[in-house]
Design a protein around this ligand. Structure first.
Ligand code: HEC
Ligand code: HEC
Length: 262
């Protein structure tokens, strides 16, 4: 048992090293479809392995102007492993970014790096949107604030320009889900989601994100995070206040409805 496990680790290390090399070779001419998609499995087995993130040097894009080409290069080098190079993630807890409003994407990428004004002594590094995984990822973007802003503008432009491959509803509780989405829950003071996210789920640029076609599991996690004050970055606490009034059953139903709403 032990020996075959060790062998697996070595094999995974080799795979990771090879994909790392492949990425390094690609850095000069970034491809839309990075082989980074194979990385997470290797990461899980060998935390110390060479990851695509380590192989990509953000300095390689510093001279590029703000725009989709710069965004595409960074996405292929750093984001593809989880969100895919075109932002059509295949993993439910790694949100789809394709076709999202650029101002919303940009805001999230600023919120992941900005230390919260409400950070307490216990967690002085708490971010405006405090997520351990994305905290690690934004640390790989440019350290210089001006260059960082250029990175996130470019990434937002790139992912926003990509065509969303949408999720569909699994029919969890369509009557409840649609009812909440379109009409809210008047007895509890829950407003209609459609009022801000639009009847089709397309959102309203620049303030309200698209929710149509997103993974239901991701939406559920976000709604619970808003409810438990783990995600606190909605302006004027709008989403926190709404989510606090929702039960688990209501969250599941509306999250599933949003995946399919068009
Ligand atoms: C190791 C996996 C991983 C990598 C690599 C990664 N992300 Fe993420 N990303 C996540 C996860 C997980 C979340 C959901 C966080 C949460 O639950 O709040 C997320 C969330 C986001 C969001 C918020 C989306 C929304 O709808 O609110 C944005 C924007 C984002 N990532 C951009 C990026 C960019 C740009 C890169 C590359 C520089 C990147 N991510 C690299 C895992 C990753
Ligand atoms: C008053 C306007 C408003 C209403 C009504 C509203 N939302 Fe939102 N919602 C927002 C804003 C603003 C954000 C983005 C917050 C931020 O900047 O991170 C958001 C974000 C979200 C997100 C996270 C999206 C992502 O990609 O991470 C989900 C999920 C969501 N809303 C679901 C709902 C549901 C379900 C309802 C109805 C029960 C609803 N919203 C009603 C304003 C609203």
């Amino acid at each position: 048992m032990k020996r075959s496990y060790a062998y697996l680790l070595v094999a995974a290390g080799i795979v990771a090293a090879i994909s790392g090399v492949a990425i390094a070779q690609q850095a000069a001419t970034p491809a839309a479809t990075a082989p980074a998609a194979t990385a997470p499995a290797a990461d899980a087995a060998t935390p110390a392995a060479v990851t695509p993130a380590a192989a990509f040097d953000i300095k390689s894009v510093e001279a590029m102007p703000v725009g989709v080409e710069r965004g595409k290069a960074i996405a292929a080098g750093l984001c593809a492993a989880c969100h895919m190079a075109d932002g059509n993630s295949a993993v439910p807890l790694q949100p789809k970014l394709a076709g999202q409003h650029p101002a919303y994407l940009e805001k999230q990428l600023m919120d992941f790096i900005t230390v919260s004004p409400q950070a307490k002594k216990e967690n002085p590094d708490e971010r405006v949107r405090d997520n351990a995984i994305m905290k690690g990822q934004v640390a790989l973007l440019s350290a210089d604030p001006k260059q960082y802003a250029n990175d996130v503008k470019s990434l937002a432009m790139w992912f926003a320009s990509q065509k969303l491959v949408p999720e569909t509803s699994k029919g969890v509780n369509p009557t409840l889900g649609m009812g909440i989405y379109r009409g809210g829950i008047p007895s509890k003071g829950v407003p209609a989601c459609a009022g801000c996210h639009s009847p089709t789920g397309a959102g309203i640029p620049n303030k309200y994100p698209r929710v149509s076609g997103q993974f239901a599991d991701y939406a559920e996690v976000q709604l619970k995070a808003f409810r438990e004050d783990q995600r606190k970055n909605s302006p004027a606490n709008q989403m926190q206040d709404i989510a606090k009034k929702l039960t688990d059953t209501e969250i599941k139903a509306v999250a599933d409805y949003m995946a399919g709403v068009r």
